[in-house]
Design a protein around this ligand. Structure first.
Ligand SMILES: *Cc1c(COP(=O)(O)O)cnc(C)c1O
Length: 398
């Protein structure tokens, strides 16, 4: 049976009522027949039928054994880091999600957990960073916004050799394109806010583990620390999962079409998309992913913040906003938005130049999206032309 059929039919019909949609159990507590005698639920922080259904579905979809749903992607990451102790070290991908960086540096550092950031596309760099205190390798693949792809299978072999955990933030790929647990990772994390929710209407996070004992530890922190996902939000994720395969397929087709269009456009400098043969990690992406995802980044020949700002405020179908993975296309300018707090040299070294623009390609018609980009690029070119003419005029006067 195909994955999409399996997924749809892993969502059960409600035994009590026949409801075909998973009911929203909007309840905090459960009546007990006698003290300690219940129907498997006693308090909704610990367990809730709607959340439990979501957790079962995502565990299966990622090829894991245990899943836990959290109130945000960051709460999910937080639960994983709680597996560590003071003195432990993490080796993490260098162009890590900004919120994860803040969590590591501003919260966990003061508890004595330290992080070494390396280019995880370089296996040698990972090997060199591992010490006797390393307990966890933290990957994102593809990364944001330059879509670097790391070889999960090869890194899992390194983690195995040193007996340390490998966690993969699978937000950008989604379980439809990539199942890190089947490549040897121990833990998968999602910001389900993005593709899994898929409609920009919920903040949520998920953790899935391969090993049931590790899963039990995550479940312990889910209950003990309490950042659980509510029943209604769990319902929204289940509904998102029902169309995930369909949506991801169309996101990928649209993104590939747009990446090819951008690559031949004279106003564009670099295009970042793992599906392009020119992408430095294309071969790894091809081996490891079913397709190349819905995010495309690019820089302009006129590599100025002014030009990028002009672009992101000139599109009409691409709305200017943070986040990604929704049905409607979004555009963002990392240098002044998500990556604003990183100092300029470090930011540029990671490829986040002043004119870098990130597109979260939605489900609109691809040609309409291209027309929108074309119009915005024409506006940018006209403005750059005027600016450079003015500069020339000025210089002749001087
Ligand atoms: C958005 C995001 C997160 C954080 O998730 P929230 O749901 O916003 O808390 C973590 N990792 C990646 C890759 C993300 O894009």
């Amino acid at each position: 049976m195909q994955a999409t059929t399996q997924l749809l039919h892993s969502i059960p019909v409600d035994a009590q009522t026949g409801a075909i949609a998973v009911p929203i159990y909007q309840t905090s507590t459960y009546v007990q027949e006698a003290p300690g005698v219940n129907k498997g639920f006693d308090y909704s922080r610990t367990n809730n039928p709607t959340r439990q259904e979501l957790e079962k579905i995502i565990a299966k979809l990622e090829g894991g054994t245990v899943a836990a749903a959290f109130a945000s992607g960051l709460a999910a990451i937080d639960a994983v880091i709680k597996l560590l102790e003071t003195g432990d070290e993490i080796v993490a991908v260098d162009d890590i999600y900004g919120g994860a960086f803040r969590l590591f540096e501003k919260v966990y550092k003061k508890f004595g957990i330290s992080v070494t950031y390396v280019d995880t596309t370089d296996l040698g760099a990972i090997n060199r960073a591992i010490t006797s205190k390393t307990r966890l390798i933290w990957l994102e693949s593809p990364t944001n916004p330059t879509l670097k792809v790391s070889d999960i299978q090869a890194i899992a072999a390194i983690a195995d050799r040193y007996k340390i955990l490998l966690a993969v933030d699978n937000t950008f790929a989604s379980p439809v394109l990539q199942q890190p647990l089947l490549n040897g990772a121990d833990i998968v994390v999602h910001s389900a806010t993005k593709y899994i929710g898929g409609h920009c209407d919920v903040i949520a996070g998920l953790v899935v583990t391969r090993d049931p004992d590790l899963g039990a530890q995550i479940k312990f922190y889910q209950n003990a620390c309490g950042a659980v996902l509510g029943p209604f939000d769990s319902f929204l994720l289940i509904r998102g999962l029902e169309t995930l395969h369909l949506r991801i397929g169309q996101h990928c087709r649209n993104a590939a079409t747009i990446a090819a269009y951008l690559q031949q456009h004279p106003a564009i400098d670099k295009v970042y998309y793992p599906g392009l043969l020119t992408h430095p990690n294309h071969d790894v992406a091809k081996k490891q992913q079913k397709d190349f995802g819905g995010v495309v980044s690019f820089s302009l020949r006129d590599d100025t913040e002014a030009a990028a700002r002009q672009f992101v405020t000139s599109t009409e179908l691409f709305h200017l906003a943070e986040s990604l993975g929704g049905v409607k296309s979004l555009v963002s300018h990392p240098a002044s938005m998500t990556h604003k707090t990183i100092d300029a040299d470090k930011r540029k070294a990671a490829g986040v130049t002043d004119s870098l623009i990130r597109l979260s390609v939605g489900l609109e018609d691809a040609q309409d999206l291209i027309n929108d980009i074309e119009t915005a690029l024409t506006i940018v070119s006209a403005t750059s032309q005027t600016v450079s003419n003015k500069r020339k005029q000025k210089s002749t006067i001087c």
